[in-house]
Design a protein around this ligand. Structure first.
Ligand code: SF4
Ligand code: SF4
Length: 411
């Protein structure tokens, strides 16, 4: 098991270089935000003396973790900030924050009336009312809910055939695959089956990332404890837990212990992302991917902030690079500005657009056929702000894969 030798609150390791502040996308656009050094290690010293040093402007941190990636001293800057929010904030999440945080509850509520719900929330006057009454930014468009989710497809089309595979993985599909993008889950199952792996669904709960962002700490902790318990049974049965969203994977590996103080040490290293898992299989020679001869695409790959923190963008790049007809451009390292639910909030909208601007300009200059990234909220922001279709890499792999030849090569 990989050792984690960094304490969640290691503010004393700070050497005051201010590199984190130079890399923070929020401090560059929002004068109210004190910045990672001041909000993190510097502020922590003061807060330890007296909790009244806590500054409510810490809520402007997007928890993108870019400061942690940049810090040469390994300070868990964003964890320190999130932990301070959890311990000291006196702000109580309002109705808007609760609704934005409850991704699975909202999905279950909207699903039976999905076409109507989608139509209503996209009407100009309704957006205007939500903007005025709830501070939900009217310029933003909500992703569309689907009438039938991924699990419905799986039970109907795939469940029975999974028993035919000796090797198995547990799939953490997440809320967006279930409620908005079931095609991502379908692609996942088809690709995994083609390389000889059966897929099992588990009793998962939302990873909790939106609850953390919106200050619903107790609910996030309950979700984390539930998932860790379920993963424990899965790992005992010899299966890894494989996700398609880099933010879900990151949250379940690192936010559970570092922000929510939920011990996941028994399962952490078994929680992975499909691109890392698949690359490992190909790299070790265990499986072979055979791609269509006639697949052609010019792809711009955006590494989401949480995948930069995981350091796993290399696996997606390597997999996409294996597709013979793909011309791949990796975009410059920039935050899209959405940060889950952050960009939907009226008070953050202008900052969100300004943060995302370099990424949007980079995409336009590359002018790809489509953009590719592992995070659903980056997808929403990029599609809204550039008009470029943005696909999860597993969808691209499924589009390009010769399923018959791949399955035959992995018998
Ligand atoms: S997590 Fe992101 S927004 Fe928050 S301080 Fe670090 S770099 Fe800035
Ligand atoms: S980058 Fe790290 S060491 Fe430098 S000021 Fe920020 S937290 Fe401190």
């Amino acid at each position: 098991m990989q050792e984690r030798n960094v304490s969640p609150n290691n503010f004393e390791q700070c050497i005051k270089c201010t590199i984190c502040t130079a890399y923070c996308p929020v401090v560059a656009v929002n004068p109210r935000y004190p910045g990672p050094k001041q909000a993190g290690p510097d502020g922590e010293r003061l807060r330890l003396k007296n909790k009244y040093f806590y500054d409510e402007n810490l809520k402007y941190c997007m928890n993108c973790k870019r400061c942690e990636v940049a810090c040469p001293s390994g300070v868990k800057v964003a964890d320190i900030i999130q932990s301070a929010r959890r311990r000291f904030s006196r702000e109580i999440p309002d109705l808007r924050d609760r609704l934005l945080a409850s991704t699975d509850f909202m999905g279950r509520l909207a699903r039976p009336v999905a076409p109507l719900a989608n139509a209503v929330v996209s009407l100009g006057p309704v957006k205007g009312i939500m903007d005025v009454m709830m501070d939900i930014e009217k310029a933003k468009t909500f992703p569309k809910y689907q009438r039938k989710g991924f699990v419905h497809w799986f039970e109907k089309e795939a469940r029975r055939s999974q028993g035919g595979y000796k090797k198995k993985i547990a799939f953490f599909h997440g809320c967006s695959t279930e409620f908005q993008h079931p095609e991502v889950g379908v692609a996942f199952v088809k690709v995994l089956n083609a390389v000889g792996y059966g897929v099992e669904l588990i009793d998962e709960k939302c990873c909790g990332v939106a609850m953390i962002a919106n200050g619903l700490w107790n609910a996030a902790k309950r979700h984390a404890e539930h998932n860790v318990r379920v993963f424990g049974e899965v790992v005992k049965a010899g299966m890894p837990v494989v996700a398609v969203s880099s933010t879900c994977a990151f949250t379940m590996r690192d936010e559970y212990p570092d922000v929510l103080e939920v011990d996941n040490s028994a399962v952490r290293d078994s929680v992975t992302l499909v691109e890392k898992f698949l690359f490992g299989l190909v790299d070790s020679g265990e499986v072979k991917l055979v791609f269509k001869d006639d697949y052609r695409a010019r792809i711009a790959y955006h590494v989401p902030c949480h995948n930069e923190k995981l350091g796993w963008g290399i696996f997606t790049k390597a997999l996409l690079g294996m597709i013979p007809g793909v011309s791949l451009t990796t975009l410059d390292s920039n935050c899209c500005g959405m940060a889950g639910t952050y960009g939907f909030k009226k008070e953050n909208h202008a900052f969100s657009m300004e943060i995302g601007r370099p990424l949007f300009e980079n995409i336009r200059s590359v002018a790809p056929d489509f953009v590719c990234c592992e995070c659903e909220t980056c997808k929403w922001q990029i599609e809204m702000c550039t008009g470029y279709q943005t696909l999860n890499p597993i969808l691209v792999i499924a589009q390009a894969l010769d399923f018959e030849a791949t399955a035959a090569s992995n018998k």
